[in-house]
Design a protein around this ligand. Structure first.
Ligand SMILES: [Zn+2]
Length: 105
């Protein structure tokens, strides 16, 4: 569970197609974290081939904007009550992440 290294956001490699940031892992694979996860406040990138992980040092203002999602219009119309099942799950996830951050700090 320990952090192998703290890595500046600007030192990461970015794959604009998959919107995933990577950083070379000493095992030969790459740590990876998605742009979406970064926007969610996640700052730990994991390696799929070993147990090492890195902490990304970044500010939200460093992040490129997420591509438009289909929530844009409903935001303008205020909160809609129906058809929000998926969003509800996302909110739960976000809440869990936020709680985790608060715990860490
Ligand atoms: Zn690795």
């Amino acid at each position: 569970m320990s952090i192998y290294e703290e890595v500046e956001f600007e030192d990461l490699d970015y794959d604009p197609i998959k919107r995933i940031y990577t950083y070379p892992c000493p095992c030969g694979d790459k740590f990876s974290i998605s742009l979406e996860e970064l926007w969610d406040g996640e700052d730990i990138a994991t390696c799929p081939s070993c147990t090492l992980r890195i902490e990304i040092i970044y500010d939200e203002e460093d992040l490129p904007p997420l591509p438009d999602n289909d929530d844009d219009e409903s935001e303008e119309n205020g909160e809609s009550v129906t058809g929000e099942d998926e969003r509800g799950d996302a909110d739960d996830e976000l809440a869990a992440t936020t709680q985790k951050i608060l715990t860490v700090q």
